[in-house]
Design a binder for this molecule. Structure first.
Ligand code: ADP
Length: 203
């Protein structure tokens, strides 16, 4: 399977870009979604979390109280490491399963932390959606109704623009309108179809 990793900072346009790849018939695996799926009610991971922290970590409907768990791991490095040791292998396994079962000519793996987490190793190609920081801030503020300080603190916790660009094979500069973003996606889509074809021929 030819995997294209797609990433970018908050508000760069990852969702807008991946939605357009999807409209072209390309399967997308979303890292955030996978990390929610592995702790769904009935999962081994949720059972382990409830055994460690008590049923108080569950909401009334039996799902994980993410805010409560976040509070625990923010205040305890041991608990943070315990949780990571539990979830990382499960996330890796489930991501691999979804990437391998995709039926489009190539598959897009969308992750906000592709560069930070080492998930680039799963990708044949890395696509960065890039915007100047001023655009990133104004679009995120408009989308999330956040103030500037909140957006800047999220940005500070992510890879820098330069770290992302250093990891890139391809870059879409998303400082124009949505039509320009769509055209850039369509051009890369053609390129990826060719790359995926020669990748399959080599295998
Ligand atoms: P991300 O998924 O990277 O956080 P989004 O795709 O949600 O970013 O984009 C952030 C916001 O900016 C959204 O409201 C989106 O509709 C808007 N947006 C994205 N690209 C453009 C563009 N080229 N022109 C105008 N608005 C855009």
């Amino acid at each position: 399977m030819f995997v294209v990793g797609l990433t970018g900072g908050i508000g760069s346009g990852k969702s807008a870009a991946s939605a357009h790849f999807e409209s072209l018939g390309i399967a997308c695996v979303d890292a955030d979604q996978v990390s929610r799926e592995v702790v769904e009610p009935g999962s081994i991971a949720l059972q382990a979390i409830a055994e460690r922290h008590g049923n108080g970590i569950l909401l009334a409907d039996g799902s994980l109280d993410r805010a409560a768990l976040r509070k625990i791991i923010f205040s305890s490095e041991v608990e943070k490491q315990w949780l990571e040791a539990l979830l990382h292998p499960l996330i890796a396994e489930e991501t691999g399963r979804q990437l391998m079962s995709a039926s489009s000519p190539y598959v897009l793996f969308v992750s906000p932390l592709l560069v930070e987490s080492g998930q680039v190793a799963w990708c044949q190609r890395v696509l960065i959606i890039d915007v100047p920081e001023s655009v990133q801030i104004s679009r995120t503020m408009a989308r999330d109704n956040n103030d500037r300080a909140q957006v800047e603190s999220i940005m500070a916790s992510q890879a820098t623009r330069q770290q992302r660009l250093d990891a890139a094979d391809d870059v879409i500069c998303n400082d124009g309108d949505l039509q320009s973003l769509h055209s850039a996606v369509e051009n890369l889509h053609k390129h990826y179809l060719e790359l995926a074809k020669s990748h399959a021929n080599q295998a």
